[in-house]
Design a binder for this molecule. Sequence first.
Ligand SMILES: [Mg+2]
Length: 216
Amino acid sequence: MKSNSAIRAVVFDLGKVLLDFDYGIAARQLSRRSRMDPEPLARLLSQSELICRFETGRLSAREFFDEVRAASGFGGSFEEFAECFSNIFTPIEPMVRLQERLRREGLGTFVFSNTNELAVNHIRKAYPFFANFDGYVLSYEHGVMKPDARLYEVLERLAGRRGGELLYLDDRLENVEAGARRGWQAVLQENPEKTMAALRRLGVLHPDGSTGRAAA
Ligand SMILES: [Mg+2]
């Protein structure tokens, strides 16, 4: 059984695709040693102009820490902050197994994430699966974030693939749409079950869950 799919590589968003996360965990811990309540602190850490500057590499980790400290009055060290800020992830196991299977059966796999240096340092140490991709496009290393087309171009160059050769999984609609505009096979991740069903429809996974490529 050979896969009919034209897909040669699978592009994974990280947050809410491979790793669940909750900035509330960090905000509650940091809040205890700050003058800010957990809710505004969570917004500062996850949806502010400040985090955007950090995730496009315009702030170093130290500079980000200094800004958060100035805004919140956090009284701990940089190391304590880094630990609280980055220890917010939980692997989404069916998706971790999916990547492992796709890779074993010969598809390229890539990480494509709006993220920052502190999160990635933590993820590298905490989750061995993160080492097992063919390449990584991380927003803070390139100065732009999804859905900016320039980050998608970086991925295409790195993978040596384009258009319908790429299958793209992301939980944010604007990111998925930007991929679809380039002709990528883009799937909005709502939950792992729906993503698996989409992969079967696209011929990447067979109904028994294999890709059909190993037997080809
Ligand atoms: Mg995401």
